[in-house]
Write a protein that binds this ligand. Structure first.
Ligand code: GLC
Length: 566
């Protein structure tokens, strides 16, 4: 039995279950097929009933929607697609009245090319103050016809686009780590820094409880913007290259991409920490920083920086007891060393839903945008079974957990989207080679009846919903013993009653190599990642992700028990 350290602190975010709402796909109150803020407000009582502590809203700001709102044209306003600032006020008040905190998304690496700041930069021309706010460079080659360096966009293709001067001649190039409609800021500009402080204050003044910070590892680029070719198997968002697993490469091997995880980002977060600290109550900054290993990612949550970072190492861990035990230990150790809680996450709007991902095999294991032509589509029943077991394990762990809308219904990835419906820029920029992320963004089913399964007051939904989702609709699961929704509700209730989120992990041995078993206070958790059944220890069963046969836990299942000698 080994013990892991407990991090202290009473701030709400240390133990919170935070539910990600993807506004386009949660609930549509005006019947246009696109989710909106009024739709969210109307559904909040059902989230209260689920038992979450906070919601994180993906962007709902003014945007041409070239990257589903992560291309912001006005950081301080609501896109008419989603409603108005007044609708936001209503949403936030409704949430707060229900005891639910509200976290909003901030996108500081880039704006939309429609943003007034970028348009002013284009108009002002080379060498201007306005251009210095973004990353413009002259091209290489005799006439500047070659991009300034060899960087590639995360979404595929070049990370540079050439501008056209007002007289119609080709001009400078601008950097976009993502879509060409998402120009990267230059964070060396004090003006940019001041604008973002003002954006934070705008939302803090309105009462938000914190921010999820988009691409929080990308804002600073290495001086001189040197050429860089990422390893072929490396994650495009900057996680460790596959070679990190090879001999000779250690956890200390530095990340070399000149656009990810540069030291200078930390100064920005120390500054933002102060901006939040000037407000009463506990406000949270949560980093989306795809940085490996976890000991490096923990730098984002040092005491004077951000408060939480998404644990993508956990998300990327396969359903395998030994690997899970090791990533759990590593997470508690790395975050604990800087006094931060670990977070846990299995799904979000950028990855294949875990009810499908956990049943992927072989070449598809990376799960990069599965679609209809993927070899060996995941087994839906096995995926759901593993997802329930994996979620039951995650929700027992000390720290803060993130849920992605629809996972509480056991939704799988939508793999049969027609090509014409796809909207992810990845699909367009790779000419269909990568399916992108639309399959995890399909509007969620609330009711089995009706064209849009209760997602919309009308019949439409912006991405088509698989017809078999009728059976997974919330109204088919609510109050139904054994449903995935009831499993989540029970887990969240027990997690609170037994203070699991502020507990510790003490591994228990003797269950075999395919079982991760541990004690957290007065609860024993047994997660069986193998196929053979295992005998449960003594103690009342509090929760089980599958039916038990007597006191045996079947394969691909997790149980929680009241510890015998507690
Ligand atoms: C983040 C978001 C993703 C977006 C990208 C660019 O990774 O989660 O959805 O496309 O940043 O803003």
């Amino acid at each position: 039995m080994t013990g892991t350290k407990l991090t202290s602190g009473t701030e709400w975010w240390r133990t919170a279950v935070i539910y990600q709402i993807y506004p386009r796909s949660f609930a549509d109150a005006n019947g246009d097929g696109m989710g909106d803020l009024a739709g969210i407000s109307a559904r909040l009582p059902q989230l209260k009933d689920l038992g979450i502590d906070a919601i994180w809203l993906s962007p709902f700001y003014t945007s041409p929607q070239r990257d589903a709102g992560y291309d912001v044209a006005d950081y301080c306003n609501v896109d008419p697609l989603f409603g108005t600032l007044d609708d936001f006020e209503v949403l936030q008040r409704t949430a707060h009245d229900l005891g639910i905190r509200v976290i909003v998304d901030i996108v500081p690496n880039h704006s939309s090319s429609d943003h007034g700041w970028f348009q002013a930069a284009l108009a002002a021309g080379p060498g201007s103050e306005e251009r210095a706010r973004y990353t413009f460079r002259d091209g290489r080659g005799e006439n500047g016809e070659l991009p300034p360096n060899n960087w590639e966009s995360v979404f595929g293709g070049l990370a540079w686009t050439r501008t056209t001067d007002p007289d119609g001649t080709p001009g400078q190039w601008y950097l976009h780590l993502f879509d060409s409609s998402q120009p990267d800021f230059d964070w060396d500009s004090d003006w940019v820094r001041e604008q973002f402080r003002a954006v934070l204050r705008f939302w803090l003044d309105r009462g938000v409880d914190g921010f999820r910070v988009d691409v929080a590892h990308g804002m600073i680029k290495a001086p001189g913007l040197p050429d860089y070719t990422p390893p072929a198997e490396g994650g495009s968002m900057g996680g460790a290259p596959a070679s990190a697993l090879e001999p000779g490469i250690t956890a200390e091997t530095p990340l070399t991409a000149p656009y990810w995880a540069q030291e200078g980002v930390h100064e920005i977060y120390r500054d933002w920490h102060q901006v939040l600290a000037a407000y009463p109550g506990d406000r949270v900054l949560a980093a989306e920083a795809w940085v490996d290993p976890l000991s490096q990612m923990a730098k984002w949550v040092r005491p004077d920086e951000m408060h939480q970072a998404f644990n993508f190492a956990y998300l990327e861990t396969p359903w395998n007891a030994a690997k899970l035990k090791s990533v759990i230990d590593e997470s508690l150790e790395a975050f604990g060393n800087v006094g931060a809680p670990s977070t846990w996450v299995l799904s979000n709007h950028d990855v294949v839903r875990h009810a499908s991902r956990l049943a992927l095999t072989g070449d598809n294991l990376q799960g990069h945008g599965i679609g209809p032509k993927t070899v060996g589509l995941p087994d839906t029943a096995l995926g759901l079974r593993r997802a329930r077991a994996a979620s039951a394990l995650m929700l027992s762990l000390p720290g803060s957990s993130y849920l992605y809308q629809g996972e509480e219904l056991g939704l799988p990835e939508a793999v049969d989207l027609p090509d014409h419906a796809r909207e992810d820029p990845t699909w367009f920029r790779t000419k269909g080679e990568r399916y992108g992320r639309d399959g995890c963004r399909v509007p969620i089913p609330w009711e089995a009846a009706g064209e849009s399964f209760g997602f919309s007051t009308g019949a439409k939904s912006w991405l088509p919903q698989p017809r078999e989702w009728a059976g997974l609709a919330r109204d088919q699961q609510d109050g139904v013993a054994g449903s995935t929704l009831e499993l989540y509700k029970l887990a969240l209730r027990l997690r609170r009653e037994h203070s699991l989120a502020s507990g510790t992990v003490e591994w228990l041995e003797g269950f075999g190599p395919e079982v991760a078993a541990y004690r957290n206070g007065d609860v024993t958790v047994v997660a069986n990642t193998g196929t053979a059944s295992v005998q449960l220890p003594a103690g009342d069963v509090l929760l089980a992700s599958e039916d038990l046969v007597g006191r045996t836990l079947p394969g691909d299942a997790t149980a929680w028990l009241r510890s015998a000698q507690a």
